[in-house]
Design a protein around this ligand. Structure first.
Ligand SMILES: [Zn+2]
Length: 411
């Protein structure tokens, strides 16, 4: 078995870097806290027998060679950056779990055929430059000039932030990008960030799909007026139209009961925004996610069609603009099978579930076979100081990660 105590201690130690007053963690990418965390994690990687380097995109990479030096590695990855006042498990359990796997194999005297790498990807959360999955996007060769030029609140560009860490973003293309099938398998362990495993009383789950979000900005245009003098039947109240559209999003998603379709209106701006003014214009967000792209597109079509009808009846104009469109990704079925076999050998009942949240794994999937393990977390809470996962659950997830890693690293 992997060393659960050591792993729990490391999670605590890392959680103290950037610790907030209410017990959360603020460890923004490429910040002083992130630099400190990288130094600590590097030292643990070295303790586990890995050689460590930072690629030009700020990805921290530890590697232990196998017997066959030309073989493509098994890669275990996740991230150690956090959101503002987030938790100490999101991302970190995947990186520290990966280091534990390598250290455990070393202590057991197991020399694998393939190399094993553990990667802490740069800015997964997007809390600094509002554009996440940066490090994994760099690794698949999809970095854009635009995202390197994004500025943080202090006006520092991402390129400058990388340079301050002693990195040269100009070398990303040459040195950070991995070629297609350079990686034998990519494995990621993460807290679930949802309530499914807890409800099923299962400590660990096997991910089958990662949902792809579609973000739209919706503008409903009506006519502002005086809340006292404008008769009800003469109004073109943009907020009432927007409200009906929000309810429509719920209704359409619920019509796919049992399927992982979710829709959310999370940001609403009402203009002019006075308590005595009939709203003339509303701008709001719609986030729709599914693991089935065709079904997601059908949901969007129904929402757009329904919204047009609602607005026509109310004398409003409506327009939709796509802000983000990420394709859903299926985890490699063969890896899911290996995970099932290995969990069975551990006598661990692991339900299959989908990931509603995005992860580095969904990008790395474009260059490698990919599998994900979820660990139960308390009340499904993440990105919050309340975020919590039991040491015993993380240990079981890491043991499964270790077995799956060994399975692939030996062949
Ligand atoms: Zn995460």
């Amino acid at each position: 078995m992997i060393n659960a105590e050591r792993l729990a201690e490391r999670i605590e130690t890392l959680g103290n870097i950037g610790r907030t007053l209410d017990g959360g963690v603020t460890r923004i990418a490429l910040s002083e806290e992130d630099r400190q965390a990288q130094a600590v994690v590097s030292a643990w990687m070295e303790q586990a027998g890995m050689t460590v380097h930072l690629d030009p995109a700020g990805n921290l990479i530890g590697r232990v060679e196998g017997m066959d030096k030309t073989a493509h590695p098994v890669v275990i990855g996740s991230h150690i950056d956090s959101v503002v006042n987030g938790g100490k498990y999101d991302g970190t359990i995947g990186v520290l779990g990966g280091i534990e796997v390598v250290q455990h194999l070393k202590e057991e005297g197991i020399l694998t055929m393939r190399p094993i790498e553990v990667i802490a990807f740069c800015e997964e959360e997007g809390s600094r430059f509002q554009s996440g999955l940066f490090g994994s996007r760099a690794m698949i060769g999809a970095t854009t000039e635009e995202e390197l030029g994004l500025k943080d609140k202090q006006g520092i560009t991402r390129s400058e932030a990388l340079a301050r860490m002693g990195l040269d973003p100009g070398k990303i293309k040459a040195e950070a990008v991995r070629a297609q099938s350079d990686i034998r398998v990519y494995l990621e362990m993460h807290i679930e960030q949802g309530p499914v495993l807890e409800k099923m009383k299962a400590p660990v789950g096997i991910v089958t799909d990662i949902a792809g979000p579609s973000w739209m900005e919706v503008v409903v245009q009506g006519k502002a007026g005086h809340a006292g003098t404008l008769p009800m039947e003469m109004r073109q109240d943009a907020f009432l139209g927007a409200s009906e559209i929000a309810l429509l999003v719920e209704r359409v998603c619920l019509s796919y009961k049992g399927k992982p379709v979710v829709g959310t209106v999370g940001h609403v701006e009402v203009k002019p925004g006075g308590s005595n003014i009939v709203p003339g214009r509303v701008v709001f967000s719609v986030d729709i996610r599914d693991v089935d792209e065709a079904r997601r597109d059908e949901v969007i079509r129904q929402v757009k069609e329904g919204a047009a009808g609602i607005c026509e009846q109310r004398g409003l104009q409506v327009s939709f603009r796509e802000r983000l469109n990420v394709q859903p990704v299926q985890c490699t079925p063969a890896i899911v099978d290996v995970m099932k076999e290995q969990s069975k050998a551990m006598q661990l009942e692991c339900p299959e579930l989908v990931s509603g949240a995005g992860h580095d794994a969904q990008l790395i999937a474009s260059i490698s076979d990919m599998g994900m393990i979820f660990v139960r977390c308390k009340n499904g809470i993440s990105h919050n100081p309340e975020e919590f996962a039991e040491t015993a659950d993380i240990a079981l997830g890491t043991e499964l990660l270790s077995r799956v890693t060994l399975h692939y690293a030996m062949q």
